[in-house]
Structures are given as C-alpha cells and as structure tokens.
Design a protein around this ligand. Structure first.
Ligand SMILES: *[C@@H]1O[C@H](CO)[C@@H](O)[C@H](O)[C@H]1NC(C)=O
Ligand SMILES: *[C@@H]1O[C@H](CO)[C@@H](O)[C@H](O)[C@H]1NC(C)=O
Ligand SMILES: *[C@@H]1O[C@H](CO)[C@@H](O)[C@H](O)[C@H]1NC(C)=O
Length: 360
C-alpha cells in the first residue's frame, strides 16, 4: 500500500471510530424495521433510543438517554440499561444461601442496588449477533460475570436479545445460565419511557394501567418488609387506567413519586402476562407491556434532577417512567417471595414484549 492509501485508511478508521462513538470496544448498534428503529450500546447492553411514529406519523425518540457512550459511562440513572446480577435492592448488602453468607458491594447506603457499584449496567457486553434490517432485525449481547463479582457466587453467562417483530413490537429476552454455583439472578430492562418524546417534559399526564392488585411494602430505605398488601382504594391502585398526576398527589407525605414493586396478576410461573398499558394523549402513542416476571417496579423518575441528555435537553423529575419487570426486590432475604435462585447448569429466562400503537 502506498503511504497515501495507508493514511487514507487511517483517516477512515479514525473517522469510523469517532462516528459511532466507539472506543475500547464500545459502540452503538441499530436495528430498524421501516420507520421503527432501536439503537443499543454494548456498554451495559443499554437501549439508547426507540424511534416510532405518533398518531400523525411524526417520528420521535421515546426513551431518555445521552448522545455519547462517555456520558453513559458517567450515568447514575441506569438509562436504558440491563441491570443485574440482581436488579433492585438487597437489604444490608448480604444474603445467606445454603448456609453460606454472601456479602455484597453496598452502593446505596448499607444496601445493594442493581447488582452493586459495577453491575451488569456498567460493563462492556459482547455483541454476538447483529442483524440490522430484514424481517426480524435483532441484536444479541452477552456478558460473562465471574465468581465473586460484586460478592455474588459463581460464574454466570448472561445474554440479552432485542428484536423488532411485526410493526411496532419490541421484544427483550434476557437469559442467564449459572455455570458452576447456585446464585440469585434477576435482570431488568431499565428504560425510561416518555411516549410524548424524550424531550417533551414530564409524564404525569400519561394514563397508566397496571395489571397488579398488590405491592411489596417497603421501609424508608425502600427495602421490602416482606409484607404483600392490596392496592385497592390506595394511590397505588392502577387496576383501572388513571392519569398519573391524580393518584401521585395522594402518596404519603415526603414521597416524590412511585418507586415500588407491584405483584403482577395472573398465573405463577413462566407464562407471559399483561403488565401495563401507558397512553400519552398528546402524541396518541400507546405502549402495552407483557412479561413473564413475577413483579414490576413502577418508578416515576423521581430522582432525575438537571440531567443533561440527548441534544442537550435537560431532564427533570418525572421526565419519564420506568416499568421494570423483575423478581421481587430483596427476594434473597424473604422466603415468602418467589425464589430467584438459579441452580448450576440451569438458565434463567425473562421475556418482555412491548407493543406500540396509536389512537387519535
Ligand atoms: C460527569 O458527571 C459530572 C457530575 O454530574 C459532570 O460534571 C461531568 O460533566 C460529567 N461528564 C460527562 C462526560 O458527561
Ligand atoms: C448503616 O448501618 C449503620 C449500622 O447499623 C448505621 O449506623 C448507619 O446509619 C447506616 N447507614 C445508612 C446510610 O443507612
Ligand atoms: C446445598 O448444598 C448441598 C450439599 O452440599 C447441595 O447438594 C445442594 O445442591 C446445595 N443447594 C444449593 C441451592 O446450592
């Protein structure tokens, strides 16, 4: 090769790295079906954007996030991430399994949140498959978590597949195989949804329906007490659709909004069940979520405070809502909660299906 063509290649290469924000093996990948597209980064296997039309066909990106991977590496909100090895909180950052006490990384006061300081959301995943276009575009990412990572026992091979099926359906399939020791596993997809567009303000005017008759009560540090109580006639009752700004005002004093696990109604076990319907009147966008997890954390983005996001837009409290299907929080310390223990050689599987539509 001549000096000039070597230089030319170098420029292309450098520009390529710069153009998709890739560094240290980190990149942004797209899957696209017509005017429906999703971008994902392998940093934390995070959803970066979900673009789809409103009732007039106008496209918008309906998840909060950042423009660059550098900003994701600095993120404290878990925007779009796969969180694990165990999503949500573990009280006292410890649990006992088969007579052995495991001490975890305490990254929220004395408790563990979303797998510890360097959970699955803060590591580089490997892109193992990527089909950008076609009938069913998809991307699969995998991560090998080692024995003792953040205090958890045993090696775990985790993967997530994001796929676009039929117009405006996004499926998320999370798997995790315990390779050598029994370990708790509970993964969650932590996207922040704003169906009006990520930069459209707050979501309190959205109408929410949750197919969940009970919640797991928590203490003042958001650790479950073990009690499971009905939502009927409380501000947690979304069995019928409600515009969020109504009931949110009736939450206990001092509460900034919802951050609570609901027990999803329907049969126990691995069956897919309806979880939630969100309707944004202004855009006409509707999101239906079904999943096979026993619980769903409703989080109304209470702690978002001056977060500079995509296009320089600054996100504030209630700028989005999270519907994180998952096992019950702190299940490792509550024998009355569905078990999250995966035995050696067994595979955990968690499926979510988002169906988007519009109405005028
Ligand atoms: C990282 O976060 C800090 C504190 O919020 C902020 O000052 C800084 O600008 C951020 N850096 C990047 C690259 O976003
Ligand atoms: C952590 O636990 C210790 C001992 O129980 C207590 O004194 C301290 O206040 C706790 N810290 C937080 C942030 O809750
Ligand atoms: C508990 O320990 C026993 C004996 O070592 C073993 O057979 C069993 O598989 C263990 N169970 C779990 C959940 O690790």
């Amino acid at each position: 090769m001549s000096k000039i063509s070597i230089l030319f290649c170098f420029i292309i290469l450098a520009f390529g790295i710069f153009a998709n924000g890739s560094e240290n093996g980190l990149g942004i990948y797209e899957i696209k079906k017509g005017d429906f597209s999703v971008k994902v980064t392998n940093y934390g296997a995070r959803i970066v954007s979900v673009v789809l039309p409103d009732k007039n066909g106008k496209l918008a990106d309906v998840v909060l996030g950042y423009d660059t991977i550098k900003e994701y590496m600095n993120d404290t909100c878990y925007f779009g991430a796969i969180v694990g090895r165990v999503a949500n909180r573990i009280g006292g950052a410890k649990f006992t399994l088969n007579g052995t006490l495991y001490k975890l990384d305490a990254n929220e006061g004395n408790n563990t949140l979303h797998g510890g300081k360097k959970g699955f959301s803060e590591v580089a995943w490997k892109v193992t498959k990527h089909v950008k276009y076609g009938r069913s575009p998809y991307i699969t990412l995998s991560y090998h978590s080692v024995d003792g990572e953040e205090g958890f026992p045993g090696d775990v091979l985790a993967s997530v597949t994001y796929a676009l099926i039929e117009p405006y359906k996004l499926s998320v399939t999370m798997k995790a195989k315990a390779l050598d020791k029994a370990t708790p596993v509970s993964l969650a997809q932590h996207s922040y949804w704003n169906l009006g567009g990520h930069n459209s303000g707050n979501t309190l005017s959205d109408e929410l329906q949750l197919f969940a008759s009970h919640i797991t009560l928590v203490d003042d540090k958001l650790i479950p007490t073990g009690k499971i109580v009905p939502v009927k006639s409380t501000p947690y009752d979304f069995l019928e659709p409600h515009v969020i700004k109504g009931p949110i005002k009736r939450l206990p004093k001092g509460s900034k909004g919802y951050d609570i696990n609901y027990v999803v109604d329907g049969p126990k076990g691995q069956k897919m069940k309806p979880v939630a319907i969100v309707y944004n009147k202004k855009s006409g966008r509707i999101m239906k979520l079904s999943a096979n997890a026993p619980g769903v954390q409703l989080y109304t983005g209470n702690y978002i405070n001056d977060v500079k996001g995509k296009g320089g837009y600054v996100y504030q409290s209630h700028a989005a809502l999270c519907l994180e299907t998952q096992g019950f929080p702190d299940s490792v310390n509550h024998p009355n909660f569905p078990s999250e223990i995966v035995n050696p050689g067994k595979t955990y599987e968690h499926c979510m299906l988002f169906t988007f539509s519009t109405k005028k």
